[in-house]
Design a protein around this ligand. Structure first.
Ligand SMILES: Cc1ncc(COP(=O)(O)O)c(C=O)c1O
Length: 311
């Protein structure tokens, strides 16, 4: 965490130690916030934010689904993010925009509480580790189910909903696994605690769809597009738990974890117990896209302008 840096809060940059909220902040009590996880990479064109517009769009959609009106435009959020990165001096960083209900009338009705916005950036390596990205991680199916469509809105990236991922993450970690895979309310495969999941069998790729209560990952879309561009068939469909054990390859995608293969599921090797050829092929192109080495996907990058020279 860059404690020397600045955080954009409600329209202005404040020093790290001054980015504070009141203890009666509504979101602190009831989880009434939405957020994004975004990454910027050091590319040949300068620091560039991967699929920035898509993340901003999802932030506004998540807010809308919980009836929060963001008091800034998409362009203001984008410019504020650029400036926060410029001021941080970081060439690569993780970006966390957060929209939340601030202090106001207490109680479950949130609509009279102010909507506050913060954007922080910090240096953050891959969520499941560089080693995991290269050699694959060990995961277990969680005893916790992914929260379903008739309880909350899984398609919204809302703070309160993350208690679900937190439980699964703690369980996986305490049992000695790097990640937990949640099933949906029907018992079909859903996703990791912070990643979408893909199964490769006989050269064909499948991934759960929205009826499985997934969060619609932006990297999921990138992986689907890259895989199809490489000539693979990708289908969105229900995936039975047993298919995880029969899979030739499994990989996960997410902003934090990027593209990380699974080498073991429930103590059984996935395929040959190491990342397979399809995963590696997609991962290579994906990494090129993230780091601005793939002309075909150059439009996914939002280049952060160089800071204006001091007068
Ligand atoms: C629960 C969950 N699923 C999936 C994802 C992957 O989404 P994205 O690729 O947009 O980062 C994330 C991360 O944001 C997540 O938290």
């Amino acid at each position: 965490m860059n404690q020397a840096g600045v955080i954009w809060m409600n329209g202005e940059h404040v020093p790290y130690e001054d980015a504070k909220v009141h203890v009666l902040t509504h979101a602190l009590h009831y989880g009434t916030g939405v957020f994004e996880g975004v990454r910027a990479y050091d590319t040949p064109r300068g620091t560039a934010i991967f699929r920035h517009q898509d993340h901003i769009e999802r932030l506004f959609r998540s807010a809308g689904m919980y009836l929060m009106e963001i008091p800034y435009t998409r362009e203001e959020i984008r410019a504020a993010t650029h400036e926060t990165i410029q001021r941080s001096g970081l060439k690569e960083c993780y970006i966390r925009p957060l929209v939340f209900r601030g202090a106001g009338p207490m109680g479950l009705y949130p609509l009279d509480c102010p909507v506050e916005v913060a954007i922080a950036v910090w240096e953050w390596g891959s969520y499941l580790g560089e080693e995991g990205k290269q050699h694959g991680v060990r995961a277990r199916v969680s005893s916790w189910r992914r929260l379903p469509n008739d309880v909350v809105i899984p398609a919204a990236k809302a703070t309160g909903q993350y208690l679900n991922s937190v439980l699964a993450k703690i369980e996986a970690d305490k049992a000695g696994y790097e990640e937990g895979i949640l099933l949906d309310h029907r018992g079909m495969v859903c996703e990791g605690t912070g990643e979408n999941l893909f199964v490769v069998k006989d050269g064909r790729i499948a991934t759960p769809g929205f009826t499985s209560s997934i969060l619609g990952g932006i990297n999921r879309l990138s992986a689907i597009e890259i895989a199809r561009d490489l000539g693979y068939e990708v289908v969105e469909r229900d995936i039975a738990r047993g298919e995880l054990y029969l899979a030739d390859e499994i990989f996960m995608t997410g902003t934090a974890a990027e593209l990380t293969p699974l080498r073991e599921i429930d103590d059984q090797p996935v395929g040959e117990g190491r990342p397979g050829p399809v995963t590696k092929e997609i991962q290579n192109v994906f990494e090129d896209a993230l780091h601005g080495r793939a002309e075909r996907y150059a439009h996914w990058l939002d280049v952060v302008p160089a800071p204006a020279p001091a007068p």
